[in-house]
Design a binder for this molecule. Structure first.
Ligand code: ADP
Ligand code: G6P
Length: 465
């Protein structure tokens, strides 16, 4: 059997009990634990000079991680990845900036990481690269003579061509992506955006089975929506329901309803609009004053990128203002916590809440939405209020789907969710558990790797013909 090599910028923490906030780390860790293999990426450390990878083995996963120099971190991670690609791919061109030197750093770090990985590779290895930090990675490996199958999965949205063209080196980036054997996206809309870019720019064409011929390469393009393990989550949520922090929240709420939100503190998550819609709900529905609180867990992320500092300040201001406006001596409308929690504990918090409030302005998938559903007690489940702009909305038809730019609609959805009869809640929950089980995390991994195996075999046959 071939060895699986996963490559991503962020690698999950190797110590137990240290939560990794972020869908990539959570999804890849769960998927890789079962197959075993190597996980190669950034150690999360800034070092004087990037050296050889540090190798550690935990269970059947070998971690190979490298530090980044301050300049690499600033240009590749903080700069081009998170101040250019992330905002543009989330349709926030107003927040995106472009700096040629940062882009040069992005290419340099991709080449450096490819060189480091090459030294660890065996001829039979299958390489699976993840996310926007590493768009040119396959091209870098091919330039070094690596002939192994290489697939790529994008965890974030792929923007429509007009949006992509706002990123100045868009053509070079897409050319680099064409060096992969399989390109995977979260949704069919993302896949279509990529195909539109290729076809409208006359870079190539798409044939049957999603095969793309472009820039002298043939590769597969498809959607592989990432999933979770719903039964394991349900079990964890139940088992952790008696843990101290969960009991503490239950006692503090004294029978009040809980609306629960959990996100990294990112401007793509629509946190400000969410707080404002909650405010509108309180204005429209005074009967709920003192009877419901919004609990928002949002650990800071990428806090040395300016746009993230701004969203944090704005949100603190909004939480303070709304609480000041409505709070009573024994009731705080918004509980806002800037911290990470152990994942199982979060699932138990989801289970004790009556509403999951997940309203990103744009999101590749949004695992929190799926975790919320999986955590519920089927006999008395909570209701999910979900943004139509999360990839998960395609798969969770039982949610109350809202437009996060429409505060009135979100406010109405909160009221409807809080008043929904038990039978309707049960029916909606059951409708969503089926697809969650069918399209779980192992399906995501196995479907992607099966396609990578087929395409790579076909490519080898063609090369040798
Ligand atoms: P993103 O990948 O953009 O952060 P997702 O919703 O897809 O968004 O994934 C977030 C993951 O990180 C989920 O698995 C969620 O449970 C986890 N997470 C989010 N916030 C926290 C937190 N405060 N503490 C621990 N884990 C968190
Ligand atoms: C999202 C991205 C991941 C990233 C994660 C956390 O899930 O898709 O690539 O790892 O956010 O962000 P960070 O910058 O801390 O790795």
């Amino acid at each position: 059997m071939s060895r699986l090599i996963v490559v991503s910028n962020r690698v999950a923490p190797t110590q137990e009990g240290r939560p990794a906030a972020g869908g990539l780390a959570i999804g890849v860790l769960d998927a890789l634990k079962e197959t075993g293999g190597v996980w190669f990426g950034w150690s999360g450390e800034i070092v004087g000079e990037a050296g050889e990878p540090v190798i550690e083995k935990h269970g059947n996963v070998t971690y190979a991680t490298v530090g980044l120099s301050r300049r690499d971190y600033d240009q590749y991670y903080r700069g081009f990845s998170n101040a250019t690609l992330w905002p543009a791919f989330h349709y926030r061109t107003d927040l995106a900036r472009y700096d040629r030197q940062e882009y040069a750093g992005y290419l340099r770090v991709n080449a450096m990481l490819a060189k480091q990985l090459k030294a660890l590779l065996k001829p039979d290895d299958i390489i699976w690269v993840h996310d926007y930090h590493l768009l040119p990675f396959a091209q870098c490996l091919r330039e070094l003579g690596v002939a192994n199958p290489i697939g790529f999965f994008l965890h974030i949205p792929f923007p429509v061509p007009e949006m992509l063209r706002t990123v100045p080196p868009h053509e070079e980036l897409v050319t680099g992506m064409c060096a992969y054997d399989v390109l995977g996206f979260q949704t069919d809309a993302d896949r279509q955006s990529f195909v539109d870019y290729i076809e409208r720019g006359h870079f190539g064409h798409v044939s049957e089975g999603g095969m793309v011929h472009a820039h002298g390469h043939m590769f597969k393009v498809a959607a592989y929506p990432i999933g979770v393990y719903p039964d394991a989550i349900a079990q964890a949520a139940q088992q952790f329901s008696d843990r101290k922090p969960v009991r503490a929240l239950r006692e503090a709420m004294r029978g009040r309803r809980v609306i629960m939100s959990v996100d990294r503190l990112d401007y793509s998550k629509g946190l400000v609009e969410r707080f404002q819609a909650f405010e509108r709900f309180l204005l429209n529905a005074p009967g709920w004053h003192g009877r419901v609180s919004l609990v928002q867990v949002a650990p800071p992320t990428r806090s040395d990128v300016q746009t993230y500092q701004r969203i944090r300040q704005t949100l603190e201001g909004e939480a303070g203002r709304i609480n000041g406006r409505f709070a009573q001596l024994d009731w705080t409308p918004i509980q806002y916590l800037n911290r990470k929690y152990e994942r199982n504990l979060l699932m138990a918090l989801f289970r004790m809440s009556q509403v999951g409030y997940v309203t990103p302005l744009r999101d590749g998938m949004n695992l929190v939405a799926k975790e919320y559903i999986a955590s519920q007690d089927p006999a008395d489940p909570g209701v999910l209020v979900l943004s139509q702009f999360a990839g998960a909305a395609e798969q969770l038809p039982g949610a109350l789907v809202v437009n996060p730019f429409d505060l009135s609609q979100m406010a109405e959805a909160l009221e409807r969710a809080l008043s929904m009869p038990l039978e309707e809640r049960q029916a909606r929950h059951a409708d969503m558990m089926g697809p969650l089980r069918e399209m779980d995390l192992s399906k995501w991994r196995d479907a992607f790797l099966a396609d990578l195996g087929h395409v790579a075999t076909a490519a080898t046959v063609t090369r040798n013909a």
